[in-house]
Unconditional design. Structure first.
Lengths: 103, 169, 729
């Protein structure tokens, strides 16, 4: 029997939530970025799963997933550059200490 | 049925487990390693979804580029982190709760929504099809994506550029 | 024709002096030279035009029957239109011959008299010239006037000017309170002549009521009208007189005032307080002549009654007053020591001659004497002014003497004038004119007998003629002959040419003018110019040799006696007047004193009229202030005040009480409101503000941690909540 769509979706949801947890609770900025990558991966799984089960003849799903890859890559590059810049400036990567928005 | 299910269970277990390890490990480098494992797991999922090209791209981009980039960053900011103790901030409890709540919600949505599942087979030569789609139907997004990459490239260089100042060690 | 030209511009004659008056007063008061130039220039123009008119008039045949007049409408009163214009007839012409010329002489003389260019220059030099210019306007206006209204206006202008000019040195005061000051003299002149003016005005009104018009053409030269007037009985107040006589009497009243006849003569001697040119101008030549001129103007009114009834009571009145004045004032003149005082009374006396002449119907003689007298009296006054200036303002003849050597030009001209005044035979104008009057009187009284006005007139005038010659000789002897008696006379000097040249010119006329009136029989021309021109409708007075001899005798006798008493052995300093001495020695010292004091007329008037008027004014004052009017007014005021006090108390206590109560309750209410506002309202407001602040501080601020992950968590939770709500509902 083929695996039902729902299993993949649930897997993606679980991966997403784990990534969310990482974003919300990690103190290290790079840890947060890793959480974000997990979330993006979960999204990709969703996309591909939907492609396979809903309309496999049309490659739109895959195209979309490729774009997500591109975006994720760009975003990680810029994000890490930022982290490094902040590290140079403030001598820390702990996001709790970067609270200039505090009132 | 049994074999696909077993494989799926194994892959998902690895993926999710590695993910949890990413977000909970004290050592950031170890988190990075587990991240790579997660990425590989996701690639296996793509294979199961009969999207081999995506799986390869996943490994190339995520594992080959992004993970490496993360490890570079960790190395560059390592000096302070080695002494770091606590990896989780004060609000990790509400975060857990929230994440779990979200999971529940998402799962519920997944199981109550009626997905219009279609039987169908993926094309035999997805790569050329993909290439054609990218450069015809989805040309504009393709170009935009390339511009985005350029911008990110330039931005990253600019932001990461040392302004000629050397930190005294 | 040239006569037409002059007759068309006759109206300009009074205009030039008037313009000079206005311009000097407004613009040139600081510039003496410009002022006197304007004044003299104006009068010179008037003189030129005037003589142009005169000679044109002489060349116009039958001017007496057909006088020329031109008028323009001036204003309307509903009933009639009053005109302003001029009237050219022989009387006007002869007056116009004299007036501007004499004025011109006097104006030129004034330049020297008022001290132009010297350090004694009068500080009000320009004002003087403005005033005399205005005066000339008045006199010239009177002469050319075409109707009684403009005549009256000119009359009044001259009255004003005499006040202004007599009182010219109004700042002058004397230590002796009984001595009249220029200011008082000016007022006196004005007020006394005003009495006469009142009669004149009544006469004009009466005439208007009868005629409905005031122009000469309609009234005095309108034969039907005159006859009608003569036949109409006058108002009952006039007794049985005809309207013509009554009106004439009223007019004569004006003349009595203006020409200083008895009883209104009192102003003229005191008018000598004014500068001597003023005396010459006003009180010799022109203004006082205006009275005679007026009577001459209304002569038709007198004549018509005579023609109808052979007897005119007004003429009797006129004759009496004239003759009486003539002799009365000549008696006073004999005892005057002031050089101008003699001349003042002399003027009064000579005017009396003219008035008396008119009173006996001698129109031609009277007008003749009017004109000649103007010339030699102006000459005499100006001569006396010259003496006064030469003697540094010394006016008492007793302090003079010996001026013949020191002031020759003045002496010879004064002598010429004095001889004319005395009527020195044959060569002076005064002889011919005075003689004519006496001749006429003689003829009339021959006609009527001794119990008639002509006899009375003749007798008095004869005596007066003698006295005139006597006091003239006295004056000349005391002033010019012998040795100087006073300090000023010692250092006297001749006066400048501006003063002596006019004297010479006038002296010329004083001598020659008389030849115009030489009776026909003597001159051989077969034509007495004066009679022919001026009054040829009257029968000419035949030459009367007895009268002529009598006149000559009077003149020579008087002059001789005067010279005998004063001139043969001239007085020395401190010597009493011989006449005074002789009168005292025959117990007539009191009479001499009375003569000196002008027969106490001023004192009489003061005691009666003036004190009476003051007492009457006191009565009215008391009536108003103390007895009746003010007490009533004060009583009413007190009552009113009492009432208002009562109401004021009412207002204070009751009304103000209410008002204050209302105010207080208002204040209390507002206090309450204030407290409410403070405690309650402000409490609420402050509470809200505090709450907000507390929320901000304690609730919202902690949320702004600045930590990204916190924000994300909140985002997640909110999103879950929204999804939850969405799913449930």
């Amino acid at each position: 029997m083929t695996i039902p769509l729902n299993w993949f979706l649930v897997l993606a949801a679980g991966l997403f939530c784990i990534g969310l947890f990482g974003v919300l609770s990690r103190r290290n900025a790079i840890g947060i970025l890793m959480g974000i990558e997990l979330m993006l991966n979960a999204v990709n799984i969703n996309l591909v799963a939907f492609w396979r089960y809903l309309d496999p003849a049309n490659l739109t799903g895959q195209v979309f997933a490729i774009f997500v890859f591109a975006v994720a890559a760009a975003e990680v590059a810029v994000g890490l550059a930022l982290v490094i810049a902040i590290y140079r400036n403030r001598d820390t990567v702990v996001v709790e200490e970067i609270d200039l928005l505090k009132q | 049925m049994l074999l696909p299910a077993l494989v799926f269970a194994f892959v998902s277990l690895v993926t999710l487990g590695a993910a949890i390890a990413v977000v909970t490990n004290k050592n950031i480098l170890h988190s990075a390693y587990y991240l790579i494992l997660t990425f590989v797991g996701v690639a296996a999922v793509y294979v199961m979804l009969q999207a081999p090209f995506i799986a390869v791209v996943q490994v190339l981009v995520y594992v080959g580029a992004i993970a490496i980039l993360i490890i570079f960053a960790i190395m560059l900011t390592r000096r302070l982190m080695s002494k770091e103790m606590e990896q989780h901030n004060a609000q990790w409890v509400p975060s857990v709760v929230g994440a779990l709540a979200l999971f529940v919600v998402l799962a519920w949505i997944v199981y109550t929504a009626g997905w219009p599942v279609q039987e169908g087979t993926p094309p035999l030569d997805p790569i050329s099809q993909l290439g054609q789609d990218l450069l015809t139907t989805y040309l504009v997004p393709f170009e935009i994506a390339s511009v985005l990459l350029l911008a990110a490239l330039v931005g990253a260089i600019l932001i990461g550029h040392e302004k000629g100042m050397r930190r005294e060690e | 024709m040239i006569q037409e030209f002059f007759f068309n511009i006759t109206w300009l004659i009074p205009v030039f002096p008037f313009l000079a008056f206005v311009i000097i007063l407004i613009f040139t008061q600081d510039n003496p030279k410009l002022s006197h130039s304007l004044s003299i220039g104006a009068i010179a123009l008037s003189w030129l035009i005037g003589w142009g008119v005169v000679f044109s008039a002489i060349a116009t045949p039958h001017l007496g029957e057909h006088p020329i007049s031109k008028t323009v409408g001036w204003f309307e009163t509903g009933a009639m239109t009053f005109n302003i214009g001029y009237w050219i007839d022989p009387l006007m012409a002869v007056a116009l011959f004299m007036v501007p010329f004499v004025c011109l002489m006097i104006f030129i003389y004034s330049v020297g008299y008022m001290g132009y260019g010297t350090e004694e220059q009068d500080p009000n030099y320009s004002r003087f010239f403005a005033y005399i210019a205005l005066f000339a306007t008045g006199m010239l206006g009177l002469v050319i006037s075409e109707n009684l209204l403009t005549l009256f206006m000119s009359w009044e202008i001259m009255g004003l000017c005499s006040y202004l000019l007599i009182g010219f040195w109004f700042q002058k005061n004397y230590p002796d309170p009984n001595q009249i000051t220029p200011r008082q003299a000016g007022l006196k002149a004005f007020l006394v002549t005003k009495v006469g003016d009142l009669f004149l005005m009544l006469g004009i009104i009466y005439l208007y009521s009868q005629a409905g018009s005031l122009s000469y053409a309609d009234t005095l030269f309108n034969q039907e009208f005159l006859v009608r007037l003569a036949e109409t009985p006058a108002l009952p107040i006039f007794g049985g007189w005809s309207a013509a006589s009554a009106i004439a009497a009223l007019f004569f009243g004006g003349a009595v005032g203006k020409s200083a006849q008895f009883p209104l003569h009192v102003w003229l001697p005191d008018a000598m307080e004014g500068p001597t040119p003023v005396s010459a101008l006003i009180h010799a030549a022109t203004m006082v002549s205006a009275g005679v001129f007026l009577v001459a103007r209304i002569f038709p009114l007198l004549n018509v009654v005579v023609e109808l009834e052979h007897h005119n009571p007004t003429m009797g009145l006129i004759a009496f007053i004239g003759a009486f004045t003539a002799i009365f004032s000549s008696i006073i003149a004999v005892a005057q020591d002031d050089i101008k005082g003699v001349l003042a009374f002399s003027t009064v006396s000579q005017l009396g001659y003219m008035i008396a002449a008119l009173g006996i119907g001698a129109y031609v003689a009277a007008t003749f004497h009017l004109i000649t007298h103007a010339f030699f009296k102006a000459l005499l006054f100006m001569g006396s002014g010259s003496v006064i200036i030469g003697c540094h303002h010394e006016q008492d003849m007793m302090e003079m003497g010996g001026l013949r050597k020191k002031m020759p030009k003045t002496f010879w001209t004064f002598l010429a004038g004095g001889l004319a005044l005395s009527g020195f035979p044959l060569i002076t104008a005064g002889f011919w004119s005075k003689d004519e009057i006496l001749a006429h009187a003689w003829e009339e009284f021959m006609h009527y007998g001794t119990a008639s006005w002509p006899f009375f007139v003749w007798l008095l005038l004869t005596i007066a003629a003698f006295l005139t010659a006597f006091y003239t000789a006295r004056q000349i002897s005391l002033t010019f002959l012998g040795k100087p008696r006073g300090h000023h006379a010692e250092h006297a000097h001749e006066t400048p040419n501006t003063m002596t040249i006019p004297l010479i010119l006038l002296a010329f006329f004083a001598v020659t003018l008389g030849w115009l009136g030489i009776p026909e029989e003597i001159s051989g021309y077969g034509n007495n110019f004066w009679h022919h021109f001026v009054g040829h409708e009257f029968p000419s007075t035949p030459l009367s040799l007895p009268v002529m001899l009598l006149s000559s005798g009077l003149a020579l006798g008087g002059l001789g006696l005067g010279w005998l008493v004063y001139g043969r052995k001239p007085l020395v300093q401190g010597q009493m007047d011989p006449l005074e001495k002789s009168m005292k020695s025959i117990r007539l010292g009191w009479l001499y004193k009375a003569m000196e004091n002008r027969f106490y007329f001023d004192e009489l008037y003061r005691a009666t009229f003036i004190n009476g008027a003051v007492k009457l004014a006191d009565v009215f004052y008391n009536f108003d202030y103390h007895w009746v009017v003010d007490p009533i007014v004060n009583l009413v005021a007190r009552i009113a005040r009492g009432i208002s006090d009562f109401f004021s108390k009412f207002d204070e206590k009751i009304i103000d009480g209410l008002v204050n109560l209302t105010g207080l309750s208002g204040v209390k209410l507002s206090d309450l409101g204030g407290i409410t506002d403070l405690k309650v309202v402000d409490g609420i407001v402050n509470g809200i503000a505090d709450l907000t602040a507390w929320i901000g501080d304690n609730v919202l601020r902690p949320i702004q941690t600045g930590k990204l992950q916190n924000y994300l968590l909140i985002l997640l939770i909110s999103m879950l909540a929204i999804i939850g709500i969405y799913l449930v509902y």
